[in-house]
Design a protein around this ligand. Structure first.
Ligand SMILES: C[S@@+](CC[C@H](N)C(=O)[O-])C[C@H]1O[C@@H](n2cnc3c(N)ncnc32)[C@H](O)[C@@H]1O
Length: 238
């Protein structure tokens, strides 16, 4: 995969990586009045505009030059605001396409007066390609991404050849990529994919232990009830 391509017989599918295959299917999803209000009132201030021709200026967006950690697919944003509240020394850039989730996170940020989160209401893959400056991020949080369990859907996975190199290119040296899933096969896939990706180093032998600072998300509670385990992967850019 030195050249970002896969080889025949490769567990990751073979053929040239295609970043244009979307990692999500937009669900309609009902909005509550509170979510709608938060979108109207706080969206203009906390959602960053997506301009494909312009790289983001973090200092202007956050009003300071603290390190920025991006979260891809924050869902309803519970882990996002909890981590941000605990870590005011870090800025968090949440990326999500699901509008009710964006409204929910905005409402939580407003109610709790949390000031170190900004949102990109946009496809994260496109955002990374277009507006996230190279070597700029202190970390990625990817919690319970859609596993796309059927083999024919593996090409939609967020962690796949092509996208993983894009993620690495946006991290600064020492920046981390923290991935959590309740699907063992996706955990193993990601561990192998990241192990083979040039420029990354595993902070642990194999899977990572649970990081104490990570709160439980909705998906995690559901997984625990269903008796599923958790697989965590934590690499850093060398
Ligand atoms: C299974 S949910 C997990 C949500 C949350 N992280 C949690 O643990 O509860 C995956 C989320 O990722 C979002 N997502 C998937 N691909 C995305 C992309 N390319 N850009 C932004 N969001 C994406 C989906 O809309 C969905 O809300």
């Amino acid at each position: 995969m030195e050249d970002g391509k896969t080889v025949a017989g490769d567990p990751f599918g073979g053929g040239a990586p295609d970043k244009s295959i979307k990692t999500f299917v937009l669900r309609a999803g009902r909005m509550t009045d509170g979510q709608r209000r938060a979108l109207e009132e706080l969206g203009p201030r906390l959602c960053l505009p997506f301009d494909a021709k312009k790289l983001l200026d973090y200092a202007a967006a956050f009003g300071n030059d603290r390190p920025v950690v991006a979260e891809i697919g924050f869902g309803m944003g519970r882990a996002t605001w909890q981590i941000a509240q605990e870590h005011p020394e870090t800025n968090y850039l949440g990326m999500e396409v699901h509008t009710p989730g964006v409204g929910k996170l905005l409402a939580e940020l407003g109610e709790r007066g949390i000031g170190n989160v900004r949102i990109l209401h946009h496809d994260a893959v496109e955002a990374l390609e277009r507006v996230i400056p190279p070597c700029s991020l202190a970390g990625f949080h990817i919690f319970y991404p859609d596993p796309w369990p059927k083999k024919r859907h593996h090409k939609r996975r967020l962690l796949r050849p092509g996208i993983v190199e894009l993620l690495v290119s946006r991290l600064r040296t020492g920046g981390y990529l923290y991935f959590v899933t309740d699907i063992e096969e996706y955990g193993e896939w990601t561990l192998e994919l990241l192990s083979r990706t040039p420029g990354l180093r595993n902070r642990y032998e194999g899977f990572a232990p649970r990081q104490e600072w990570r709160p439980e998300t909705k998906f995690e509670s559901k997984a625990a009830v269903a008796g599923r385990g958790v697989w965590e992967v934590l690499f850093e850019k060398v």
